[in-house]
Ligand binder design. Structure first.
Ligand code: GBH
Length: 474
């Protein structure tokens, strides 16, 4: 007992936290600074001119300097943002747009000035419209060389020691399914079968491998200590039937990471994937096979598991930390159970034996349109979400000894949730967001102050020091 007490006093766990966001959801300035249209710009302007869009959203393009000053006030030291491909490249893969590069270059400097480590997402769904018009974007293999050329431009511009953490593609399956199979999101391509999503995710895997190989060969990524991740949308599947739940974990989480860790799908993943009872979307299809060259290009190309986690499936509502259902509109898809995040991290560590960074974790809850500013800022459900998740992640780290090195709250600001402004994930409320004449003033939510205090008291040791190479492998 005494030994244990002493041990906890002298030994600090490695952990840091911060916030995330993405270009289309937060920047606005859709046609400013030489930016060309992305598929979401065209989708809303042309197909849904009366729907909400992100032409302005939080206006972070003009306000990032002030927004980033919030980070040190919370003691947050990680910041994830995405580069808008159509802001930095002309056409699909033409010359770079120097104004776009300058914008992100300055943003990166500001992140570092505010004591945070930049996590750069290369692609968070805002494909240049030009790539879609030329060859239907993700529906064609032609995207592979074009993406690699774009990534090359990012390495050249930002790989000078300022950016060491690279997230290639956000949530491959979501982006493929919504935009290129179901047609629910831009560019709205419809395909009757999930096979289109499976094929598209394969292109994502191959691109990830190609981009990391480029980094290693042309930019000496290993010596520089660059770290690569592939942020994956997962939910924890809990009972009631443990065998089925495990198959669902395999069919999603291992679908993403098996090829990038092992070079190919493992047999248990393949079995889980084709079992249509457990994976209704895949409906009996096998995951794609890879050539030997492709396997070699993907194997060992992630340096950590990038986990986007929001929800647990298969637990009774009575066990949820914030009950879903009551007062929650149809889009409230989150089943809040902090222990699910802990179990997901344990599952990943057991399967891959790698460090884990939670690249998204967040809570939107009820439709804030019906709430007063005071209710938004003091939302008790949001506080419960963060209490249960911060505690659960601390248990994963301290009790289970799972190396969860970091957590990026989704998101710093309320923003455009791809189709509407009703669901608000922000640590910081944005006044009048999505309304004409909104002041867009930033107001910190109380749950964020609670979380900041929680981590201050933890006194974890930050493994991501600015200006130093990442310390993972030491
Ligand atoms: C992430 O997607 C995205 O990376 C991010 O851009 C987004 O803002 C964030 O999560 C919050 O959603 O309405 O019942 O059909 C997470 C994966 C996929 C989860 C779509 C919600 C909609 C379920 N998301 N899903 S439903």
């Amino acid at each position: 007992m005494l030994v244990l007490l002493l041990a906890t006093r002298v030994f600090a766990y490695d952990f840091a936290w911060g916030f995330g966001g993405s270009a289309y959801q937060t920047e606005g300035a859709w046609n400013v600074g030489g930016k060309e249209p992305g598929v979401f710009d065209t989708w809303y302007h042309t197909n849904f001119p009366n729907a909400a869009n992100a032409d302005v959203t939080t206006d972070q393009y003009h306000r990032y300097k002030d927004d980033l000053k919030l980070l040190p006030t919370f003691g947050a030291t990680l910041y994830r943002f995405s580069v808008s491909w159509p802001r930095v490249m002309k056409g699909c893969s033409g010359e770079v747009n120097p104004e776009g590069i300058a914008f992100y270059s300055d943003m990166i400097d500001e992140i570092i000035k505010n004591g945070a480590v930049p996590f750069l997402t290369m692609y968070h769904w805002d494909l240049p419209q030009a790539c879609f018009e030329q060859y239907r974007g993700w529906a064609s293999d032609q995207i592979i060389p074009d993406f690699v050329k774009y990534a090359d431009a990012l390495f050249t511009a930002f790989g000078d020691g300022r950016v060491n953490y690279w997230l290639t593609i956000n949530e491959a399956e979501s982006g493929c399914k919504f935009g290129f199979q179901q047609g629910r999101l831009a560019p709205g391509l419809k395909n009757d079968t999930y096979q289109a999503t499976i094929d598209c995710v394969k292109r994502n895997h191959l691109i990830h491998g190609a981009v990391v190989n480029l980094a290693r060969s042309k930019y000496d990524a290993t010596r520089k200590g660059w770290k690569f991740g592939f942020p994956s949308n997962v939910e924890w599947n809990e009972g009631p039937d443990a065998v089925s739940a495990e198959k669902r974990n395999l069919a999603y989480a291992a679908w993403y990471h098996d090829p990038l860790v092992f070079g190919d799908f493992q047999q248990d993943t393949i079995s889980a994937f084709i079992d249509n009872k457990e994976n209704l979307d895949a409906a009996g299809r096998a995951p794609p096979s890879f050539t030997d060259t492709e396997k070699a290009s993907m194997k060992g190309t992630v340096d950590f598991i990038a986990m986007n986690y929001y929800s647990t499936a298969g637990i009774p509502v009575s066990q949820e930390d914030v009950p879903s259902g009551a007062g929650c509109p149809a889009y409230c898809w989150q089943h809040v159970w902090g222990q699910g995040a802990r179990k997901m991290a344990n599952w990943y560590y057991k399967r891959y034996n790698m460090d884990i960074i939670v690249t998204e974790l967040g809570y939107a809850g009820v439709n804030e349109a019906d709430m007063t500013l005071d209710q938004v800022v003091n939302d008790p459900n949001r506080l419960k979400f963060w209490q249960s998740h911060a505690t659960a992640l601390a248990q994963a780290l301290e009790e289970d000894q799972v190396p969860v090195k970091g957590m990026l709250m989704w998101s710093l600001l309320d923003n455009f949730e791809w189709g509407y402004y009703d669901q608000k994930f922000g640590a910081v409320h944005v006044v009048g967001l999505g309304t004409s004449g909104g002041t867009l003033e930033r107001v910190v939510k109380n749950s964020t102050r609670w979380l900041a205090d929680y981590y201050r008291q933890k006194k974890y040791k930050n493994p991501f020091a600015v200006g130093k190479l990442p310390s993972f492998d030491e």
